[in-house]
Design a protein around this ligand. Structure first.
Ligand SMILES: [Cu+2]
Length: 143
């Protein structure tokens, strides 16, 4: 018997539980870019709440023309962004996309990125339907 925290139960209730075979996403948010910028970064916490391994292959959003998983690495003192490969999560495993590391890079918004707006982030897994989660626009990281 596994105990689920209220936060995890909330994520399961708000997500399509069958999508992505047990993937739960929490604390998804998009950092409001400076005015005039057509590139934004989004972050999330992912956990495999299922019994089987799963793989996040890619991301998308109906609110942007393009979306990619990136990772920031410091190479010889300079921060560089590279494509993030597949994210493989065993049962119970956790992955954090947070400022300074992995992130969702979003290109060419199709609507204004107003603080407080709720956009949509899609996670595409190796199996199952894409998982859609709410992506609130914030000026700063959630507390
Ligand atoms: Cu990036």
């Amino acid at each position: 018997m596994r105990l689920l925290t209220p936060a995890v139960l909330g994520a399961l209730a708000s997500a399509q539980v069958m999508a992505c075979d047990g993937l739960a996403i929490e604390h998804a948010w998009l950092r409001q870019p400076p005015p005039g910028s057509d590139v934004a970064a989004a972050y999330f916490e992912a956990r495999n709440t299922g019994q089987h391994a799963l793989t996040i292959k890619s991301v998308g959003s109906p609110d942007f023309k393009g979306a990619m998983l990136h990772v920031t690495r410091v190479v010889e003192g300079r921060a560089e962004m590279r494509p993030q490969g597949d994210i493989e999560l065993g049962p119970g495993a956790h992955f954090s996309a947070a400022p300074g590391g992995a992130h969702v890079m979003l290109f060419e918004p199709l609507q204004p990125l107003t603080e407080g707006a709720s956009l949509t982030l899609e996670l595409h897994c190796a199996q199952g339907e894409p998982l859609e989660v709410a992506l609130p626009v914030r000026r700063d990281a959630p507390p």
